[in-house]
Design a protein around this ligand. Sequence first.
Ligand SMILES: [Zn+2]
Ligand SMILES: [Zn+2]
Length: 157
Amino acid sequence: MDDEFQIEVRIDIPSDSDGFIRRECPNCMLQFKWHDGPASEEAEQHVAPDSYSCPLCGQPAALDSWNTEAQVELAQQAAMPQVMGMVNDELASIFRGVKGLTYEPGNDVAADESVPLTEPDDMVIVASPCHGYEPVKIPEDHIGPLYCLVCGSAFAV
Ligand SMILES: [Zn+2]
Ligand SMILES: [Zn+2]
């Protein structure tokens, strides 16, 4: 049996009206937003780093580790039809070898059942003095130092 399951899921992470998408720090679990794609022509000229630093706690993490719980759920929901398809195929092949039994795959999982996320226009935009081309949005009630998304340097606003 080939157990290399390859599930590819594309989800649409919504951005707010300024083009920011919600992120959740894997270290402090707080949420902030970063700009979806280059925020300006200047930003386009810089190579995206391998990791970003949390603006709220300063801890770096790889680019793909910032999904919020809702975004992870959305990806899992999007993967469900594929997973169910594989399970059905497996079951069908098992039942094929059993005399007198047939297996009818159910159709309970609809691909379009997932609810699209929406992104409210909350939080305030801040730009670091060192990498100002990569602004972030942070919760309005946040107090204490902030950290540059690109290089992790602390700064105050
Ligand atoms: Zn953090
Ligand atoms: Zn910086």
